[in-house]
Structures are given as structure tokens and as C-alpha cells.
Design a protein around this ligand. Structure first.
Ligand SMILES: [Zn+2]
Ligand SMILES: [Zn+2]
Length: 244
């Protein structure tokens, strides 16, 4: 399977180590045709952008840089955090509507939208392994928050489902199919199991294989994702950044 695009990269605007120009150079060197810079939303503690307005600055910069890379499609989106149990995210609609792409994901260390989310989501995910009942409740709560966010904001991609924050993979994939949101195979974190990919695929969901690169050398580093797709027997037609 051949992949031509990487739709989830981080730059220095959040916790990435490379500039947008360096990411573009790395993408070209890897033979990619298209990349999207998606830095962390502002409520991701210690790693997020300064404010949602930073995404618009990044987009402006990328548009200038793109002129020097006519053979590369260079776009800017956001990796928004789910910060509320009812699917609130930390990038306002008036900002993400001006961006090229929206990734939404659950991250454990966020500034929550309200106390209720702080208490049950942030703390809940710290202690979910204490008992089986606590874990199940936690999975239900996480799944509901993520699915609400997908329904409300209709992102292009849901980032690394189940990484660090457990969810019901099939339910997330089902909601992604309703909203035409791609389910990410994240080759930066490499935590996914073939069985989860098969379960997600059975809902009819489309996948996006993304590097989630924070450094230039991992841009377009897709081998792990391609191996997973092959083991799960996913055809290229079901992968939004695969050639077919
Ligand atoms: Zn992430
Ligand atoms: Zn990311």
C-alpha cells in the first residue's frame, strides 16, 4: 500500500521541534504530496499552542512557505482537545472554520471546560485501573465525550482513539462513519492492535494513517501503519491517504 499524505504533524507552534518549512522539506524528501500541520489545542497542558488564534498565524505562515514548494500541498489544521463531557473542544468554531482541517482527540492532561469534567474525566482517567467497575464507567464517559465531540464538530480525523484514554473503539468508529470522520492509525505512538483495527473496519469507517510527527525524521514514517492495515486486510479504498 502506498501512502501519499501525512495529515497530522506538529510544528514549533506547539510541542513539535521543527518549523513548518522544515516539515515541508522533510515531506518532500519522503516523497509525500500533501501534509497538514495540526498543532495541539491551547488546553493541552504544557504542549498546546498559546491561544486558538495561533492556528491562524500558522496558516498565514504556511501559505507564504507554500509558494516555495509548488509540488507539495501544505495545509494547516488543529488537533483540538475534547475538554467537556458534552463534547466541547478547545478550538472555537470561528477559528476551525478558517482552517483546512480538524483533528479531534482525547488527551489525559487538559484544562477542562468545567469542574464536573475536571473531577470525572481528568481524575477518572488517572484512577481508572483501580477496579473493573471504575474502568468500565471511565470508558463509557470517555466514549460519550469523544462521540459527542465528533457529532458536534464533525472533524476530519479522530486522533489516536484509545491512546492513554480508554474508549469503546467500535462505538467511536460507528460515530465516525455517520460524520464521515476518518479513524486514525497513529504510527507515532504504535499502541494499536490488529483486532481493534478489524473491529473498527467492520463498521465501514475510513482510516487515516498519520505519523503525528514532532520531528522531521518521522514525517511520513508509515511502515507500522501499513503493516497493521495488511494484517487487518484493509483495502486501500478504505484509507483516505492511500493511493488506489
Ligand atoms: Zn494527540
Ligand atoms: Zn498529535
Amino acid at each position: 500500500m502506498q501512502l501519499f499524505a501525512d495529515y497530522h504533524l506538529h510544528s514549533r507552534y506547539s510541542d513539535g521541534r521543527a518549523t513548518i518549512r522544515q516539515l515541508a522539506e522533510a515531506a518532500l524528501a519522503k516523497g509525500l504530496e500533501s501534509i497538514i500541520i495540526c498543532d495541539h489545542g491551547p488546553n493541552n497542558i504544557g504542549v498546546g499552542v498559546k491561544s486558538a488564534g495561533t492556528f491562524l498565524e500558522a496558516k498565514e505562515e504556511a501559505q507564504k512557505i507554500a509558494r516555495d514548494f509548488p509540488e507539495l500541498e501544505l495545509k494547516v489544521g488543529a488537533e483540538a482537545n475534547v475538554i467537556g463531557l458534552d463534547g466541547e473542544i478547545d478550538v472555537p468554531e470561528e477559528v476551525y472554520r478558517q482552517l483546512d482541517w480538524l483533528v479531534v482527540g482525547l488527551h489525559p492532561y487538559i484544562r477542562p471546560a468545567d469542574l464536573r469534567t475536571g473531577w470525572s474525566y481528568v481524575l477518572g482517567n488517572q484512577f481508572h485501573t483501580l477496579t473493573e467497575a471504575r474502568r468500565e464507567k471511565c470508558i463509557r464517559r470517555n466514549t460519550k465525550a469523544l462521540c459527542e465531540a465528533i457529532r458536534r464538530h464533525k472533524p476530519d480525523v479522530v486522533a489516536h482513539p484509545g491512546l492513554g484514554v480508554p474508549v469503546d473503539i467500535e462505538e467511536v468508529a460507528r460515530v465516525c462513519t455517520e460524520t464521515n470522520t476518518a479513524f486514525e492509525i497513529n504510527t507515532g505512538h504504535r499502541y494499536q492492535q490488529v483486532i481493534d483495527i478489524i473491529r473498527a473496519a467492520n463498521t465501514g469507517v475510513k482510516f487515516a494513517v498519520n505519523s503525528d510527527a514532532h520531528f522531521t525524521d518521522t514525517v511520513g514514517d508509515f511502515a507500522y501503519g501499513i503493516a497493521l492495515l495488511q494484517q487487518a486486510k484493509i483495502p486501500p479504498e478504505q484509507v483516505i491517504n492511500a493511493r488506489h
